[in-house]
Ligand binder design. Structure first.
Ligand code: B12
Ligand code: SF4
Length: 422
């Protein structure tokens, strides 16, 4: 069979297409599965013209993401229907699973596929189908599907109704960075073994670093797990605090576990759902607690699981016709809370006591210089270099670095290139 796997033209900036948030991972797994059973497959990212597709597919499989991006799915169905009127079109993915009836009538596809595809789940994603795959320096991993909990605001249980998990992912590792898409990573009963496995794994002789897209379920966190998370090199661990302000003691204990395991508070994030049942003043109390703890906030604006549009624009005054505004919130409060969080995060990241745009710009510049120096030192073959200080002197920038077990002062050109041997 000849199958075209299509990703709708989602509103993702071109440079974000191959980033860890928007690789069409479902389609890549389906591609590998189809290839294994002998099908001819091709991946289309967006609504391609006929000559670029290059063959007449028997079937077209279109993926979907957030429900409020459904119009892009519809456009994709219309586009490919026009090109290939006799091909069967199936839509699967998140919107298809959360709103199957709407998906059928609104997009006019032939079939809706709900939930997880068991066959594809056993396949390694075919990353080679992505144009520019050589530049992808991460891989997306699910160690579990579904969740042991059933929070009212969350769609995990509908999209992935059965909780399943893997015992090992060692054989899957094909990069130095793992991005976990698990809904609730710590709920995997084999999580300790998995974390040990990652900590001990190497790819091309180098250690693995990790990131979890969803927050850790702090109720499951123990001193041992916190230590293993650090050992498995998880960067910027995120804890979820969706409940009321009164839970702050428990949240603080969870943060302390991560700090005891070796994380700096400013590298820890607390996920917070807002525009939901906790009103603005309660969310502000939660925000200020995080300021006191010096942890950053990952703010999540609530959208209902059947939300059909989202034209949120931070620069405009808007109404419910533009995006979902919870009855306990106003547009102004939503935007104020978001802004307050943004400013607070900058202060925590940069170590400011008070926000100033000038200081922020300076801090950003220093961060860029630091990254440039690190890149150059790594290219020069130094293992684990550290940039201690960056100073602007009268005759240009200098940096104090730690390389090969000793401290050195290096000079930088106006393009922040290291001049001379460090
Ligand atoms: C990881 C994740 C993210 C990541 C990555 C998103 C992504 N590319 O998937 C990031 C961090 C970007 C993200 C962001 C957000 N997310 Co999110 N996210 C998730 C999460 C946990 C997993 C998504 C996932 O697994 N994606 C990979 C999927 C697409 O691939 P797959 O599952 O392996 O595909 C399988 C099947 O779906 C099927 N399949 C897929 N396509 C097709 C096609 C065909 C034809 C067939 C047959 C089968 C098929 O087969 C595949 C193999 O089994 C889900 C919860 C969940 N369990 O789904 C929430 C979820 C999608 N996110 C959600 C939300 C709310 C958000 C945010 C709005 C949060 C916020 N307020 O900031 C933002 C949105 C940002 C934006 N730009 O609008 C909601 C969406 C609700 C809605 N109304 O749509 C969910 C459902 C969580 C929830 N709260 O309920 N998210
Ligand atoms: S714990 Fe997280 S993934 Fe699980 S149901 Fe609650 S919000 Fe969803």
């Amino acid at each position: 069979m000849k199958i075209l796997l299509a990703e709708p033209e989602f509103p993702i900036p071109t440079k974000g297409k191959n980033c860890k948030n928007y690789l069409p991972i479902g389609l890549l797994k389906l591609a590998a599965y189809c290839k294994d059973r002998g099908d001819f497959v091709r991946l289309a990212r967006g609504n391609l013209p006929q000559e670029e597709v290059g063959f007449r597919p028997d079937e077209i499989w279109i993926t979907s993401l957030f429900t409020y991006w459904r119009e892009y799915v519809k456009r994709s169905v219309e586009h490919y229907r026009k090109l290939f009127p006799s091909s069967k079109i199936t839509v699967g993915g998140i919107y298809a699973s959360l709103m199957p009836d709407d998906c059928k009538t609104y997009t006019q596809c032939d079939e809706v596929f709900r939930g997880i595809h068991d066959g594809a789940e056993k396949s390694m994603p075919a990353y080679d189908l992505i144009v520019g795959s050589n530049d992808i320096d991460f891989q997306i991993v699910h160690t579990s599907r579904g969740c042991i909990r059933n929070c009212r605001f969350c769609g995990a249980g509908k999209i992935e109704p059965t909780f399943t998990y893997k015992d090992s992912i060692k054989h899957e590792i094909c990069s130095n960075k793992l991005i976990f898409y698990d809904n609730n990573l710590l709920a995997n009963p084999r999580i300790k073994d998995l974390l040990h496995e990652i900590a001990d794994s190497r790819f091309k002789g180098k250690p693995i670093v990790c990131e979890s897209q969803c927050g850790f379920d702090g109720r499951l966190l123990t001193p041992e797990l916190a230590f293993l998370i650090k050992k498995a090199r998880f960067q910027n661990p995120r804890l979820a605090w969706d409940g009321p302000y009164s839970q702050f003691r428990e949240i603080k204990k969870q943060i302390d576990l991560l700090v005891d395991a070796g994380y700096r508070t400013r590298d820890i994030f607390v996920f917070m759902l807002y525009n939901w049942e906790l009103n603005f003043s309660e969310m502000e109390k939660k925000r200020k607690k995080c300021l006191g703890w010096q942890v950053q906030i990952a703010d999540c604006r609530f959208r209902p699981l059947d939300q059909r549009y989202d034209r949120y624009d931070a620069r405009k005054a808007q109404t419910n016709d533009d995006y979902y505004i919870h009855p306990k919130w106003t547009d102004e409060q939503i935007k104020r809370f978001r802004k307050n969080v943004r400013i607070q995060n900058i202060c925590i990241r940069m170590g400011f006591t008070k926000y100033s745009q000038k200081l922020e710009r300076k801090g950003e510049q220093r961060r860029r210089i630091r990254n440039k120096i690190m890149e150059q030192l790594k290219e020069m073959g130094y293992d684990a270099p550290k940039v201690r200080q960056i100073i602007e002197e009268r005759d240009g920038w200098v940096a104090h670095v730690r390389i090969a077990e000793s401290y050195k002062k290096i000079r930088l050109s106006s393009e922040y290139r290291i001049t001379g041997a460090p």
